[in-house]
Write a new protein. Structure first.
Length: 321
């Protein structure tokens, strides 16, 4: 009996090291496979992103002299000289930076409201829903890099757009009549209404920038269990109460995703005034030190804004488990 009782223990003792070795070898194989799959991205990131970023950071604190004949450049340490110039001497950069960040805040709020409203409508049951969804996704294709550059760099399109803007009057705008009615009112109220009117008149730009956000909100709306709405109806909740108690809290986590995406999308667009000024400084004046300082200052502002917005919104986000 003692031998029979001891046999399973001996067997487990003998087999345990093999299972551990088998598990460790499998973990090693998975780790090696993961490293091999990510190796091209890692090499590309180091070669084409990390090294140029480090070089650009050095240029931001240096005076860069271009040697065209030898196809090289010389860096001379200058400290904070470039940053002092763009903030205190350059008459355009700081003004365009503040205007760009202000316009970004207004447009992101408009894009979030518009995309959430459209996603809520597209989540309803109606005929032709697939076609309407495809129609709202079309701006994502139209706002891609190549087509956007064709739109912004096309001389014929630009001339037509300029002619429309020059011939535009109050009657031809969407809010033209209301602007005339409220023009003689309170100055503060007029400024607020003018901001709203500008957003309404730029509904095309807002719709173009809302494609991805609509898809993200729509995917979140489709994950809400129908049983929650059925239970709310049984409890006597109205549609308005169901929206604020179920729909909005369940999709609140996606607001952070869309805010961060919208900020990055707005700040990296080819028609962004700050990005255009940075490109002009680099290609026309070939002042790489000043250009790098402008780019890093813009990058720092975007990073601070993303961090603050994420921190603030995350306090009000509800995560469903």
């Amino acid at each position: 009996m003692a031998e029979n009782n001891a046999t399973p223990e001996i067997t487990r003792a003998v087999n345990a090291p093999k299972s551990k070795r088998r598990g460790s070898s499998m973990a090693k194989r998975n780790a090696i496979a993961g490293i091999l799959w990510t190796l091209p991205f890692t090499i590309g990131f180091i070669a084409f992103m990390l090294v140029p970023m480090f070089e650009s950071a050095q240029m931001a604190f240096s005076n860069v002299t271009i040697d065209i004949q030898n196809h090289s450049y010389v860096k001379e340490w200058a400290g904070l000289k470039n940053f002092d110039y763009i903030l205190n001497v350059d008459p355009m950069y700081k003004r365009q930076l503040l205007e760009s960040l202000g316009n970004m805040g207004l447009q992101i709020v408009a894009v979030l409201i518009f995309s959430y409203f459209v996603a809520f409508l597209l989540n309803q049951e109606f005929k032709g829903r697939a076609f309407v969804r495809a129609m709202f996704f079309l701006p994502v294709i139209l706002s891609s890099g190549i087509l956007l550059n064709l739109d912004t760099n096309n001389s014929l399109v630009n001339s037509i757009s300029t002619l429309i803007k020059e011939s535009n009057n109050a009657a031809s705008r969407v809010t033209g009549v209301l602007e005339d009615i409220l023009a003689s009112g309170n100055s503060q109220m007029s400024d607020l209404m003018q901001t709203i009117f500008d957003l309404v008149n730029s509904v095309y730009d807002i719709a173009i920038a809302s494609g991805i956000q609509i898809i993200i909100f729509l995917s979140g709306l489709q994950t809400i269990p129908a049983s929650m709405y059925e239970a709310s109806k049984m409890e006597g909740c109205t549609g308005w109460e169901s929206f604020w108690k179920i729909t909005f809290p369940m999709t609140s986590s996606l607001i952070i995703v869309n805010v961060v995406y919208s900020i990055i999308d707005f700040c990296t667009r080819s028609d962004n005034v700050v990005m255009s000024q940075v490109k002009a400084q680099m290609l026309q004046k070939m002042d790489y030190g000043l250009t790098s300082a402008m780019a890093w200052m813009y990058f720092a502002c975007i990073g601070v804004i993303v961090g603050l917005v994420t921190f603030i919104i995350s306090k009000w986000v509800y995560y469903y488990e």
